[in-house]
Design a protein around this ligand. Structure first.
Ligand code: 25A
Ligand code: L14
Length: 342
């Protein structure tokens, strides 16, 4: 349990990355009670500064003893950094909130989306895992349906933006797009194929089953967060030439009778969801509209005409905010409310 204090010392590991920068700005936006902000990154970034409440704070190199006097440490520097340093942060007395995939499926680590399973946080969290971005936006939409209609099976295809692979990938899409339009050779560094004006049915590594790790994260993490190992999930994860925000086409089959109207009503009342569903006016969720917003946007809610008790919808969220940095800060806020009420 976080000790009750007026203000907390907060470290951000990977503070110069696409997610880390947003962790810092979201702590500021939401007026998180920060006594001292400690931005940490690799030696490459040490000495750079990040802005926090008008101040330029110097980024320090992440070291084993970085976590002295830290209460909360937000991690987004990749799995190997988290594996090594999150346990050190916990040993030093901090709660580590980890955005990597390193600890998500460990039995003793809770995997939390505050709107969905706040109770999962547990009493003595050393490390709390932040789920995968595609999983977060999907489970926010699925939770109200699961509560009312009990989900049996989900078929999902993702349309994921390049920002999920970090700052270098954002640059790659920009440079390749310019090169293609100007008729020059493209350069490939981050992805194995051209991403400009192209879709890649490949996110993270392939497994022997023919599925990717990203797809299996959606299966395993969804079951853990919804606390129901019986839900069947059939995913296809696709990288789209989009800068920010992930979109997903989701088909849900339920045990109890469901239809579009009932699904819409259930989702509309759920915290964190915004319904954008007026096809007659060309209104549906779009990646370009969801970017820099906090909500999970749902639209195109309609009956599945091919079977009973099934609906289709389209869901969009900012992968760097609700999919990563915002969710992590919301977990920190949850810890805070707990320590204030005890
Ligand atoms: O294992 P996972 O969980 O799958 O996560 C893998 C990666 O996914 C991103 C995140 O990348 C992470 O590194 N990520 C994780 N979860 C995500 C999510 N939900 C997610 N992305 C989206 N949604 P990132 O680019 O966002 O952030 C990287 C940050 O991590 C710091 N870092 C890396 N290794 C570190 C480390 N910090 C401490 N110790 C280490 N060993 C990294 O800092 C960044 O802050 P940096 O100093 O390495 O790089 C910052 C600047 O340097 C430039 N740069 C990057 N690589 C090179 C480089 N410059 C020269 N040469 C390079 N090879 C960057 O452009 C940046 O400006
Ligand atoms: O597991 O869009 O959190 O590349 C986050 C970024 C998985 C891949 C995770 C992406 C990663 C994802």
């Amino acid at each position: 349990m976080l000790k009750k204090k007026e203000k907390y010392n907060v470290a951000v590991v990977g503070a110069t990355g696409a997610v880390g920068l947003r962790m810092v700005s979201i702590l500021e936006e939401r007026n998180f009670p920060v006594a001292r902000l400690l931005p940490l990154a690799s030696a490459r970034s040490a000495g750079k500064t990040v802005k926090f409440h008008g101040e330029d704070i110097v980024v320090q190199e992440l070291k084993e003893d970085s976590f002295k006097d830290i209460d909360i440490a937000l991690f987004s520097a990749g799995g190997s950094v988290s594996k090594k340093f999150a346990p050190l942060a916990a040993q030093a007395g901090a709660v580590a909130i980890d955005n990597s995939s390193a600890f998500r499926m460990e039995k003793d680590v809770s995997l939390v989306v505050p709107e969905v399973n706040p109770h999962a946080i547990g009493d003595i969290p050393g490390i709390i895992a932040n789920p995968n971005c595609s999983t977060i936006q999907m489970v926010v939409a699925l939770k109200p349906l699961h509560d009312l209609f009990k989900i049996r099976r989900v078929v999902v295809s993702t349309y994921q933006s390049v920002s999920g692979s970090g700052q270098k990938a954002i640059e790659e899409l920009r440079k390749q797009s310019l090169a293609v339009l100007e008729g020059r050779e493209i350069e490939k560094n981050v992805y194995p194929h051209q991403i400009a004006f192209n879709c890649l049915p490949h996110i993270d590594e392939f497994l022997d089953t023919g599925y990717t790790k990203e797809e299996m994260k959606m299966v395993n993490e969804t079951r853990k967060i919804l606390e129901d190992p019986t839900i069947e999930i059939s995913p296809t994860a696709v990288r789209a030439p989009v800068f920010y925000s992930h979109s997903e086409a989701v088909n849900v089959e339920t045990e109890k009778a469901i239809d579009a109207a009932r699904a819409r009503e259930a989702m509309a009342g759920f915290p964190g969801i915004k319904i954008v569903d007026c096809p007659g006016k060309n209104e549906y969720p779009l990646a370009v509209d969801g970017t820099e917003k906090d909500a999970v946007f749902v639209g195109r809610i309609r009956d599945d005409l091919s079977t009973r008790n099934a609906v289709n919808f389209w869901v969009v969220a900012d992968n760097l905010r609700k999919g990563a940095a915002l969710n992590a800060v919301q977990i920190a806020e949850l810890l805070l409310r707990r320590s204030n009420s005890s």
